[in-house]
Design a protein around this ligand. Structure first.
Ligand code: AP5
Length: 224
């Protein structure tokens, strides 16, 4: 069975940060729908123009568009052995589509890593997050600042605040998560796929919990 691993949790909980660590360890592609949309926006594609309005308002991009983009991505050869899904699925329609897409390959979701952090801590993390606009590296002004102010340690690109990290949009994104995405936890609990991760620990500690959870999920019979 391939490793299709879902990183699940609210905005700012640390999904992207943990995905970067897991990619190095498991050699799986990091498939983040938010990053795919941001890449389309940068390239001024029609999909990027459509997605931008929704993202700037903190709303979900419509399911049909998002599912089509995800399908195209996981059909690439580098996802043959699995992928780290970050930010997908986010609605019931997306969860059903993912199950169907994977079933077509004879695969299924291996585990859903539900990362949790209280809302006030999420807002603080989002307010202090900065991202390299060239390579996407994620920083935090308090816990993990770039060595040189405004410059990416990895590629030297400009480190900026994401457009949707403005306070009013942050709150909207968290509300959208609670209303439209959180209900999927029950969907995945019914399928015994959820592993709870305490996201309030340090980044290496959260990583350690995730490795243990993936180990447990691999020891269980596949849920197809
Ligand atoms: P997306 O890009 O997916 O954003 P998100 O889910 O809101 O998640 P974030 O990237 O904000 O947070 P994260 O959990 O990755 O946290 P990070 O690791 O950066 O989506 C953006 C938009 O795209 C959506 O609003 C929507 O419009 C659209 N979209 C995307 N997918 C979609 C879909 N499937 N359907 C429809 N629309 C979709 O960490 C945050 C900060 O905390 C960083 O500064 C980091 O350094 C710090 N940090 C991380 N871990 C720790 C720790 N353990 N301790 C202290 N600080 C930490």
């Amino acid at each position: 069975m391939a490793d299709f691993i879902v990183l699940f949790g609210p905005p700012g909980v640390g999904k992207g940060t943990q995905a970067e660590l897991l990619v190095r360890r498991f050699k799986l592609p990091h498939v983040a729908t938010g990053d795919l949309f941001r890449d389309h926006i940068k390239r001024h594609t029609p999909l990027g123009r459509l997605a931008k309005g929704y993202m700037d308002r903190g709303e979900l991009v419509p399911d049909a568009v998002t599912i089509g983009m995800l399908r195209e991505r996981i059909e690439q050869p580098d996802a043959a052995n699995g992928a780290l899904l970050d930010g997908f699925p986010r609605s019931a329609a997306q969860a059903d589509a993912l199950a169907q897409l994977l079933a077509e390959k004879g695969e299924a979701v291996r585990v859903v890593l539900l990362i949790s952090v209280p809302t006030d801590a999420l807002l603080e993390r989002l307010a202090n997050r900065r991202t390299c606009s060239r390579c996407g590296a994620v920083y935090n002004l308090v816990t993990n600042p770039p060595q040189q102010d405004g410059t990416c340690d990895r590629c030297g690109g400009p480190v900026v605040q994401r457009a949707d990290d403005q306070p009013e949009v942050q709150k909207k994104r968290i509300d959208v998560y609670l209303q439209q995405t959180m209900p999927l936890v029950d969907y995945y609990r019914e399928r015994r796929l959820v592993e709870e991760i305490d996201g309030q620990q340090t980044i290496p500690e959260v990583h350690h919990q995730i490795l243990e959870a993936i180990g447990r999920s691999r020891a269980r019979p596949a849920q197809r």
